[in-house]
Design a protein around this ligand. Sequence first.
Ligand SMILES: Nc1ncnc2c1ncn2[C@@H]1O[C@H](COP(=O)(O)OP(=O)(O)OP(=O)(O)O)[C@@H](O)[C@H]1O
Ligand SMILES: [Mg+2]
Length: 252
Amino acid sequence: MAKKTRVILVGIGGATCSGKTTLAKHLKRILPNSVIIHQDDFTPPQEQVPMHPVHNVQDWDAAPGAIVWPRMISFLREVKATGQIPAGHRSHDHLNEQKDVPIPVEVRDRWVTVFEGLAARRAAEGSEDIVWGLVDGFLMYWSPEVIEQLDVRIYLRVQHDVLRQRRHERHGYHTAVQSDPEGTLWRDPPMYWEQIVYPAFIDAHRDVFENGDVENGAPTGKVAGLVLLESLSMTMGDAVNRSCEVISAFIG
Ligand SMILES: Nc1ncnc2c1ncn2[C@@H]1O[C@H](COP(=O)(O)OP(=O)(O)OP(=O)(O)O)[C@@H](O)[C@H]1O
Ligand SMILES: [Mg+2]
């Protein structure tokens, strides 16, 4: 009989430009059999992105319309059931520019060894193989149906001014159009951060943090076991370390 595969989904949430994709890519290089699932690949096609009722621009950020939720939820269920990214799924993330934020090589090597050891032990015991799905998104903890699919729940907190600065330094986003391998390049119109991006992010996370204080509050119970990383007071190496501790404890 073929050995079963178990998929463990690791959510990596936080605002735009909080470092989610950077962290996910470091973890992918450490975890054997891992794939990254970008929530950005579940946005609607550009022509279906709703208009903001007041500011009269397309709103890529308000949670209800920003993601095609049924598609993302059924995708996560399918990944869990099969242990594979479904055939035909295309990601546009490789088109996005990505500045490297390196981590010490010892950090990477140490965790590679730990996870290789865990995999070898499971193999010796005849336990099922593990596939890691690193799910990276700016609306990771909005939908209860997404949250319940995630086995480990990480959140990167970064203060507003740093986020805004990083976002302004970005040239644009390649948006997901499943039928078009090039996607479309989106550039923020003037005031987009102030009017659309940041208010929508705060709205979508009010109930994740006590007193609705997304910037400073402790986690409420909405997201059980949320691992809050205060990203600006740690290095990327620390963030990788902490994430690996939590992830290895999950199967250890
Ligand atoms: N710890 C860090 N120190 C310095 N720069 C960082 C750090 N983390 C991320 N950055 C930089 O911030 C920018 C955004 O990072 P990244 O693409 O990982 O964010 P993101 O959360 O995936 O954003 P988005 O949701 O918009 O895709 C990049 O230029 C990245 O190099
Ligand atoms: Mg990203």
